[in-house]
Design a binder for this molecule. Structure first.
Ligand SMILES: CSC[C@H]1O[C@H](OP(=O)(O)O)[C@H](O)[C@@H]1O
Ligand SMILES: Nc1ncnc2[nH]cnc12
Length: 312
């Protein structure tokens, strides 16, 4: 662990949120471990700063990595401090997040170990997770029609397809149903999600994607199917063993996929996308509904922490 700093002075624009079975990514140099605090508490894990082995730029490209469920998977889906995760990443300069998730498949064609780049989400969380930065005397409404960033999705799709020869099977689109958990679905629910047009199911896409949107970040999830949930009669009902087994068996492909996306994002030609220039400043309007006279002092303090200089 020698030579790993506890601070990092340069802004970091790209982050990876690792999910079940992806608690680290290889091929990068680990240069710093940051223990951050935010007005919404501490993130799920210390943030690892990794240097991308990019030769296309004179300076190393830093990547921030958070393990969603904690370093040892000790946080249940409803216990993940999503606001702290997103706020901490934004405070470092992050504007692009690649989030990884192990999902159940709701479609026969999405086989265990296939990857999906989802473009839509159906919310089946139950309101018990804090899901917005705008509350407590501060109202804001951001658009969420496209929960993922289409230009990032396109880049991710290209990277995934480039690995087809190495065993990565990719579905370019899909609707992820985000359920509350931690119990898996009943068979009736699983069948209903299929009837609704769900492609895959997890317990993590929300509120992560909503908060990333509120924080003006480009966000794209990469899903890896680990099971057929419980609707599929020939699949065997989902178990943790099944999820972990498929994740472990395909972890190398998952890491290769995420690595390829980071390779591409690290190229100078994607600088505007990485900085989410098209979202910059959007919250000055969408997140400032409450007139100054009605804003609570506590909410203002939090807003100033998250969006320095945005609000008078
Ligand atoms: C261990 S099975 C259920 C668990 O797996 C997924 O985690 P993640 O999205 O963080 O990869 C799912 O969302 C559940 O949290
Ligand atoms: N079947 C399933 N339901 C919810 N989350 C999951 N993560 C992996 N498989 C899952």
């Amino acid at each position: 662990m020698a030579n790993i700093a506890d601070s990092y002075d340069e802004p970091i624009h790209i982050a990876v949120i690792g999910g079940t079975g992806l608690q680290s990514i290889g091929g990068f140099s680990h240069v710093a471990t940051l223990k951050l605090d935010t007005p919404w508490g501490a993130p799920s894990s210390p943030i690892s700063v990794l240097h991308h082995p990019s030769s296309s730029r004179p300076k190393p490209i830093p990547i921030a990595f958070i393990s969603r469920h904690g370093p040892h998977h000790e946080l249940a889906p409803h216990e993940v401090p999503n606001r702290a995760n997103i706020a901490a990443l934004r405070s470092l300069g992050v504007r692009t997040i690649i989030a990884f998730s192990a999902v159940g498949s709701l479609q026969e064609d999405i086989k265990p170990r296939d990857f999906v780049v989802p473009d839509q989400i159906i919310d089946r969380t139950k309101g018990i997770r804090p899901f917005t930065f705008f509350e407590g005397g501060w109202v804001g409404h951001v658009g969420f029609a496209d929960p993922f960033e289409p230009r990032l999705a396109e880049l991710v799709q290209r990277c995934g397809h480039s690995l087809a020869g190495e065993g990565v099977r990719l579905h370019d689109k899909g609707t992820v149903v985000c359920m509350e958990g931690p119990q898996f679905s009943t068979r009736a629910e699983s069948k209903m999600y299929r009837a609704w047009g769900g492609s895959v199911i997890n317990m993590s896409a929300l509120p992560e994607a909503k908060l990333a949107k509120e924080a003006e970040m480009g966000y794209q999830m990469i899903c890896m199917s680990t099971d057929y949930d419980c609707w599929f009669e020939n699949g065997g009902d989902v178990t943790v063993e099944m999820v972990m087994g498929n994740m472990k068996a395909n972890a190398e492909n998952a890491r290769r996929f995420v690595g390829a996306v980071l390779d591409e994002l690290s190229k100078g030609e994607h600088a505007d996308l990485v900085l989410a220039k098209h979202l910059e400043g959007s919250v000055k309007f969408a997140g400032g509904v409450t007139a100054p006279a009605g804003r609570s002092a506590e909410a203002k303090k939090k807003m100033d922490w998250l969006f320095p200089g945005y609000f008078d």
